[in-house]
Every structure is written in structure tokens, then in C-alpha cells.
Design a protein. Sequence first.
Length: 248
Amino acid sequence: MDGVANLVRAAVTVLPDAVVSHEAAAEIHDFPKMPRGIASVSVHSRTTHDFPDVVVHRCHDLLKEHIVEVLSLPVTSIPRTIVDLSTQLTPKHLKAIFGSLITEKRVVTDEVQLVVDQIARRGKPGIRKIRALLEERESGPRDGTPLERLGAQVLRTFGIPEPIFEFPLPWDPDKRFDVAFPLAKLAIEWDSRLWHDREDSFERDRARDRQALLHGWRVVRFTWSDVMQRPDEVADTVRRLLSTTYAG
């Protein structure tokens, strides 16, 4: 961190109206799952300045409300940094970082959506990617089953804290929970009758539930009938499970 901080501090001192951004802002904000050691700043698109060993990005849509002071440096805010990184990262990598920051309660979807609304324009790099991610978080997995999307709608309607969809199992990353609250170690599985009536699927799911318990996770399962006929009970169950975790 010291090396990056020294480089961007020098760049900000020399380059007109330079702001620490992109990877360097992510490092200063201590984003998870990001490479370290990349010095980067943003300057107005009209400038042609460069700085040794610093990546200089040019833009004309960096608003005052997108800038915060950290370590006595002007740095893009967490929401703005997420949007900027959409031009640098794969959708999967961006989703993982965004999900972690939401879980840690360091950002909410609406804050990122506001930045997108303020700077989006036709053809702007990364906007389609971040919009797709925001839409997914708003409505559940884009490629999810009808039950998964309805379940996500129930959680949102009843004000349940934002979960992470399609969350990789910490002990088996090739497999995923439908919905997870990692800090609470609570997972939700939406049980579709068509899928789970198959004996092999039923047995496999129960074996995974046992593994989750061994790793300190609780798994709660809801059916189509639960979601359609008793959505208030679904939300109340999740809320109570979350409250017992955080209360403890």
C-alpha cells in the first residue's frame, strides 16, 4: 500500500485535478478479491498528461459527489470505484467484489445505481456490464428458474437484507447455494418439485445440507407453495434466522 500511496500522492500533486481511481482506489478502500500494487488516477479527458509508473485514466464525468478524502487524498467513492472497475474486470470478478462489499455493508445497490444513472451514456465502456449486475441483484439470478426469481422478489418485497445469489460453497466452490447471507452463514435453497422429486437429486441435496452443517452453515429450504402461498412466512423465517445470528 505504501508504494501505491506514494505514487498516486505524487501524481495527484502534479497532475491537474487528478483523483485516485480504479485499482488504486480499490486498494485504498480495501476491496476484497482485487490485485494490489497498481497505481492509477483519473484526470479530465481534455488533459494529455502522463505520470511515470501510474496508469492515467481520462474522463469527463467524475462528479464532486463521486470523490471522498482518504489518507488526505482525493479518491473515488466506493460506488464510483465499482462502476469504474466494470471496464477492467470480467462480469464474474465484478460480481464477486460487489457481492462481498454488499455483504460487508459497505455499499448498497441504490448507491451504485445512482452513479450509473448519473454517468451512463450510449457506448460508455462497462455500463452494460454493471447494469446487468444491478438488474441481477434487483430481480435475482438472470438465468434462474421462475421459483428462484419469485423467491428473490419475496425477499426484496419484505425488506430482507440483500443476499448474494448463486453463492459458491466455501468448501466446494464448483457448487453454489441459490441464496446466501455469508456473514450469518445462512443459505436458502428454492426446492422445485420437478427437480427435487428425482431421488438422486433429493439425496444429493440432503448430503450437501449435512456438509453445510459441518462447516457451520444453516440451510433453509422453501418450496413453490411456500413462496406462492405463504410469502410472509418465508420472509419471517429468514428474518428471524438472521436476527438470531446477529443477536448472538
